[in-house]
Design a protein around this ligand. Structure first.
Ligand SMILES: *Cc1c(COP(=O)(O)O)cnc(C)c1O
Length: 384
């Protein structure tokens, strides 16, 4: 890859991109076309049909492959469509070991879509890697890791999981949505597949829904592209353009998300009505040392619970904030607030979600890039 020696900030802006060959346009045009005229039978310019490949999507696929330090990228209509592609690489009888505390939609597609095709899922706390090995057997084909986890901000040791996967002859996939390649590059730590909901930080402006996979290995890439083309859950040229545009500012946005996140995490920790604050930057976070080793910053995602653990108190706070918007999703420039138990994680049974810490008073923040003082003041009045 031509861009491997460049620093992240330079790669985000330039990797995979060349001026438009037809016009010299510095921004990759939105190639809003389904098909491509061929000079003769089988004689085309690399593009035949836009489900298979489209130039705008292709530019983004090359860009994201480079910034994740992989070789091959594939873009899908949503993060879940990207996850769908990974599980379709498996066969009936195969087993998956997954992080137990994970994005609600990931849990749902595993349980309600793929289980009926004969794939077995084990949902396991991964804070301590030695607890994972006991689920490995001869059918284990995939370890699915989310780190930091949503919404409990647990940290999974990617290198340790890679060692377990290698030993088991299984693939390791990492959902890198929360960290982004600015803070963490799982392929460098031994992962085989990196997955993104580009809907979040990569897009960064709450205006697109997209999923991305990146791999290093050529055989795995062939399988990924075969499923992408055969199942057809591809992303649109305009959406590809938006995410390419978003990635150009990923590093500056992430720097501010991290600064604001740190300020708010400390504010919450000292507030008398707050019980626990979940943020990997705290020294007393159970896997703070792992976070420090595998991430270059702690991000802008924070969860906290309230003293007394009352659902009504959490609902009151999320409705009293004025700058934080009550909404699902995360990773945009604007700050969002959510209540996992009734929003993102409502599809996980109460008993199951409480086991992983998603209690009734838990509130999740996606700290945006507004003025940190204004954000603190907003939370202060809502908590009062
Ligand atoms: C949002 C999200 C997904 C799902 O992505 P969509 O783009 O909404 O389909 C998967 N994993 C994580 C961590 C997410 O935040």
């Amino acid at each position: 890859m031509e861009h491997t020696n460049l620093k992240p900030a330079t790669k985000f802006i330039h990797a995979g991109l060349t001026p438009d060959p037809a016009t010299g346009a510095i921004m990759t045009p939105i190639y809003q076309t389904s098909t491509y005229v061929q000079d003769g039978v089988g004689n085309h310019k690399g593009y035949e049909y836009s489900r298979t490949l489209n130039p705008t999507r292709h530019a983004l696929e090359k860009n994201i492959a480079a910034i994740e330090n992989g070789n091959y990228g594939a873009c899908f209509g949503s993060g879940l469509a990207a996850i769908d592609c990974v599980i379709k690489m498996l066969n009936p009888g195969d087993e998956v070991i997954s992080t137990n505390d994970l994005y609600g939609g990931t849990y749902r597609i595993f349980k309600t879509i793929f289980e009926k095709y004969g794939i077995k899922f084990h949902f396991v706390p991964m804070g301590d890697p030695s607890a994972v090995a006991q689920y490995v057997n001869e059918n284990t084909r995939l370890i699915w890791v989310e780190t930091p986890t949503n919404p409990m901000m647990n940290i999974v040791d990617i290198k340790a999981m890679a060692a377990i996967a290698r030993e088991a002859g299984a693939l390791l996939a990492v959902d890198n949505t929360f960290a982004t390649p600015y803070l963490q590059t799982p392929l460098d730590l031994g992962a085989d597949i990196v997955m993104h909901s580009a809907t979040k930080y990569l897009g960064g402006h709450s205006d697109v829904v997209m999923g991305i996979l990146v791999v290093k290995d050529e055989k795995l890439a062939t399988e990924m592209y075969r499923i992408q083309n055969s199942s057809g859950a591809v992303t649109a040229p305009f959406d590809s353009f938006l995410v390419l545009r978003g990635i150009k500012t990923l590093h500056v946005r992430m720097q501010r998300h991290c600064e604001n996140g740190e300020r708010i995490a400390h504010f919450l920790k000292s507030h008398p009505k707050v019980d626990k604050v979940y943020w990997p930057g705290f020294e007393d976070h159970p896997n703070h040392e792992v976070a420090k080793a595998q991430m270059s910053g702690f991000g802008g995602m924070i969860s906290f619970s309230l003293k007394g653990n009352k659902l009504e108190d959490a609902h009151a706070i999320v409705s009293k904030v004025k700058i934080f918007a009550l909404a699902e999703s995360l990773g945009g420039v604007e700050s969002l607030i959510g209540h996992p138990a009734t929003m993102t994680h409502a599809s996980i049974p109460k008993e199951e979600r409480e086991k992983s810490g998603v209690v009734d008073s838990l509130i999740r923040l996606s700290v945006g890039i507004e003025d940190a003082g204004d954000l603190v003041a907003d939370l202060e009045q809502a908590l009062a």
